[in-house]
Each structure stands twice: as C-alpha cells, then as structure tokens.
Design a protein around this ligand. Structure first.
Ligand SMILES: Cc1ncc(COP(=O)(O)O)c(C=O)c1O
Length: 408
C-alpha cells in the first residue's frame, strides 16, 4: 500500500512558488537590459556576498568547481604541488586540484563532524614534500575546525583555501562566517545549495587585495583590460540572470537557514527520543543503530545544507530502499570517498587507507531538510526511519502509519 505523503529530498518547485512574484520582474528586467554576462547585477551580488560573509571582496564565477580551480591558480599552484584536503567530499574538491596537475593528499575525517581531522591533517602535512595549501571543506553546512587548520597553515607556512560550497552562512567556532578567515573561500550556487541559482554559479571570497585582483582577472581568461592578457586564465563568468536571481534569494537566506534548523530540531528530538546518539559515538560504545548530526554550540552555526544520519552499514541501503518505498527521497553523500575513486588509483591509496572516510561512505544517509517541509512530512520521515530501525518512538514521534505495518 502506498502512502499519500510524498517527501522529495529537495523541492525547488515549492521554493519557486514562494518567490515567483518577486523573481519575475527581476528576470524580465535582466532580459530587457540585455547585459547577459557579468552585468551590473553581478557586481551588486559580489558586494552583498562580501558583506554577508564578512569578507572584503567577493568575485563571481561560473560554478563552485571553477571557484576552487581559480583559487588554486591565484595561489600559483603548479604541477606536482601537494594540497592537503579531505577524501570524504564532493569530487570537485580533489578534481580541481588534479586538473592543475597538482596532487590531492587526502586526510581522514573527524566522525563527529565529518570534517577534516586536524590531528591527521598535521600528520599528513608533515609527510608532504611540496605542500602548497590546506583545503578544508565545510561539509553539509558545518564548519571545519578553522582555528586548528589555520594554525597548521601557519605552522607549514601555506595558505588555507576554504571549500565552502555547501556552507554559505555557516559560522565557525569563533562565530566567523566560513570563507572569511582562509586566504580564499569558494562557494557554489548549484541549485541544491541553501543559496542556489537557477543554473550554475559560484563565487570566491578573500580579504587580500592582490588575490582579489588576480581572481578577477583569472576568471576572464587572464585579461585586463579586455584583449590584453596578463595571465592565462579561464572562461568562468557569472551570468547576470543568475546574479539577479541570487540577489532576490539572498534576502530570504537567513529565514531558510532558520527553517532548516527548525527541521533539524524536529528530527533531532524525534530521533533522540527513540534512542539515537550523536555522530562520532561508535557502534561499539553504544549499540543503538542511529546517529544524528553533531550540532556545534553558538557562536558556531550549522546551516544544514544536508541533514545526514548514520546507521550500521548493513542497514543503510535497505533503509534507503524502504524510505523510497514510502515516497521519501534520500541521497548518499558520498558512496565512494575520493581516495578510492578510480581516477585517483595512481595516487596509491587502498581500502583501509582512511577508515573514518570509508565508514562514513558506507553508513551515512541524507534526509530531506529543506525549509518548506511541512510538519506532516517531517513526521512521516521520522516515523519511517524509527520504525525501520526497530526503535521505539518517543513521545514526539506519532504512532506508525498503517503503511509501515510490515516494516522491519
Ligand atoms: C564540497 C563541494 N565542493 C565543490 C562543489 C562544486 O560546486 P559546483 O557544483 O557549483 O561546481 C560542490 C558542489 O556540489 C561541493 O559540494
């Protein structure tokens, strides 16, 4: 029997419905203005993002992958250079390093936050012969340990590039927005991000005038003025239409973060009531089969680009199938850590090289968390997870729906 409640992983149609009236005149005005690439709205967005991220400068580009590539180019990364970064991340983190002929040197994660483990970062950095940068990722919308990683950067005299693709508005344990403390912060406006375009888009942040100037040139084939090329850059410009749409959406971003946090509160309390423990508590330490995301204390802020639970590896895919059968969308971020990707085989890693990253890849599952979710939808997700895992629902998880009767 199929359940009437449908909960996609993300519902951009629901978001668009709330923005339609605001967006349409803005889109029309860009169409009529006919300045389609790097038009005036791009500069305005750059100013607003610089302010939002407490950075001196923001430089728009075509997507978050290019933002990383351009950051590395601006820092003069050359073939053979080593960049320390996490393995448990989206491909672009390592792929952008490789595109320049440089070498990603993968670090394991802290299972509590799924972010780069500073202790392992230091160990790995020590073994590097041509270390040129450290690149943490603020995964799922939670900041990496910036104090510790900046300290390691200073120790090895290399810059820190913050891959903040999933984390616009995230704050670290000092309350600083991500992208504001490293040499360069890189962001993605991929539609699934908390601030998503209607297509591709990206931006880089920096407090350094020279890096700002270089990034601004590199994104337009290295030219300044037009047709005079100081550097060999790339074509990575932001569309005016995307910038105009993003400026409208930016006005709603804080409310959307708050909506996601409220939804995370709902899941947290439902799952805690059913006996879930925090990510980072090993299965050995506690046999309860569910882990919920660690939430950092203020002034840090998790923006929940993803709400990722963790279950024993032998239950994860079956849980996903079960949720799918109950019309609940989920995703596995990420099933194969970068050190085990086929294209990186020549780097010499093998199964077991980074056990925490491999464990997370086998055990994590992202649940719907977008701000437009209704209480009924949240309840449905919580019920289905709890009942599938054979947990006893707490007071705030309502009785099983009839469709769950046969569930494990
Ligand atoms: C951690 C991380 N880095 C980089 C990127 C690349 O961004 P884009 O898809 O805009 O190229 C993403 C996007 O999904 C990401 O999640």
């Amino acid at each position: 029997m199929s359940n009437a409640i449908n909960v996609p992983l993300l519902d951009l149609k629901a978001q668009y419905a709330t923005l339609k009236a605001e967006l349409e005149p803005v889109v029309r005005s860009v169409l009529e203005g006919a300045s389609y690439i790097m038009g005036p709205e791009c500069g305005m967005l750059e100013k607003e993002i610089a302010e939002y991220t407490s950075s001196k400068f923001a430089i728009g580009c075509a997507n978050g992958s290019d933002a990383i590539l351009l950051a590395l180019m601006a820092l003069d990364i050359k073939p053979g250079d080593e960049i320390v970064c996490p393995s448990y991340t989206f491909f672009a983190t390592g792929g952008s390093i490789s595109r320049l002929g440089a070498r990603p040197v993968f670090v394991d994660i802290d299972p509590k936050t799924y972010n780069m483990c500073p202790k392992h970062t230091r160990e790995v950095a020590r073994q590097c012969k041509r270390l040129k940068a450290i690149m943490p990722v603020h995964l799922f919308g939670q900041a990496a340990d910036m104090d510790a990683l900046l300290e390691i950067g200073r120790e090895f005299n290399v810059p820190v590039i913050e891959d903040s693709a999933q984390a616009i508005g995230t704050k670290d344990n000092k309350g600083a927005p991500v992208g504001s403390r490293g040499a360069i912060g890189t962001f993605s406006f991929f539609p699934s991000k908390n601030l998503g375009a209607f297509g591709d888009g990206g931006i880089m942040t920096t407090n350094d005038q020279a890096l700002n100037d270089k990034l601004s040139i590199l994104r337009v084939h290295g030219s300044k003025p037009k047709y005079y090329h100081k550097l060999v850059g790339v074509n990575s410009r932001l569309d005016t239409l995307q910038a105009a749409i993003l400026r409208v959406k930016l006005r709603h971003l804080e409310a959307w973060h708050a909506g996601r946090q409220k939804n995370a509160d709902f899941y947290d309390s439902a799952f805690k009531a059913a006996g879930a423990k925090l990510s980072g508590v090993s299965w050995k330490a506690d046999p309860s089969p569910l882990r919920i995301p660690f939430r950092p204390a203020a002034p840090a802020r998790h923006i929940y680009n993803q709400y990722v639970i963790r279950v024993p590896a032998d239950k994860r895919d079956a849980l996903r199938d079960h949720l799918k059968a109950q019309n609940i969308g989920t995703e596995i971020y990420y099933p194969v850590p970068l050190h085990l990707q086929e294209c990186f085989a020549d780097l010499g890693y093998r199964q077991g090289s980074l056990p925490e990253s491999e464990g997370a890849a086998n055990e994590t599952l992202a649940l719907p968390i977008y701000p437009e979710l209704t209480r009924e939808q949240l309840q449905h997700v919580a019920n289905c997870v709890v009942s599938f895992l054979g947990l006893k629902a707490g007071a705030n998880v309502e009785a099983k729906t009839p469709a769950l009767a046969g569930a494990r």
